[in-house]
Design a protein. Structure first.
Length: 190
């Protein structure tokens, strides 16, 4: 009877310690060198050759993870990015591209300390692209038209590092995909 009582006390104590660990993570980020920015750059090369200037922004995004264990988090990443091309002569926008991406994700926490952590992550999902041309661009180019496209998108984070307090942390990531080659943001754990 004594052994059962001690075992139950230890089990309850372990559950209490486990319940205090933050299971949820919500983050916001901004990246550079995303896959959609590279795609926009490649497609706008023809516009630049015709005398247009292109400007890229994003990806700006939100992520959520639920830590199923201390080493693995499951969640999702959403990102929003875009490109605008402006005609040098008229100073009007010829083309606007917007990219919205949704990806389920898995995060591997391989170093977890109070004020610092390191991780890797893999995400794969779908990207929705909206391309819109103004009337002048459509009149000058018979192939110019408004389009909506859907494509496969991914993110592979080779190395991520987070730093700060137990709940509120900053993070930087190096990888390839829709979050960018480099990405930085803030994360809240609860």
């Amino acid at each position: 009877m004594k052994k059962i009582f001690v075992t139950m006390c230890v089990a309850l104590l372990c559950m209490g310690v486990q319940a205090q660990e933050e299971k949820h993570e919500v983050g916001v980020f901004y990246g550079v060198g995303s896959a959609s920015n590279v795609l926009s750059f490649v497609t706008s090369v023809w516009s630049v050759a015709a005398g247009d200037q292109a400007s890229f922004w994003g990806p700006i995004g939100v992520e959520y993870y639920y830590n199923v264990s201390p080493g693995i988090g499951l969640g999702a990443v959403t990102a929003f990015a875009g490109c605008k091309a402006e005609d040098d002569k008229t100073h009007q926008e010829d083309l606007t591209e917007t990219f919205f991406t949704v990806m389920p994700s898995v995060k591997f926490n391989w170093l977890r300390k109070k004020g610092f952590g390191m991780y890797s992550a893999l995400s794969a999902g779908v990207m929705f692209c909206s391309i819109s041309c103004n009337d002048n661009a459509k009149a000058n180019d018979p192939n110019a038209k408004d389009e909506t496209l859907t494509a496969f998108m991914f993110q592979a984070i080779a190395l991520g590092a987070e730093f700060g307090g137990q709940q509120f942390r900053g993070f930087v990531e190096a990888g390839v995909g829709e979050k960018g080659l480099l990405c930085a943001g803030l994360r809240y754990k609860f």
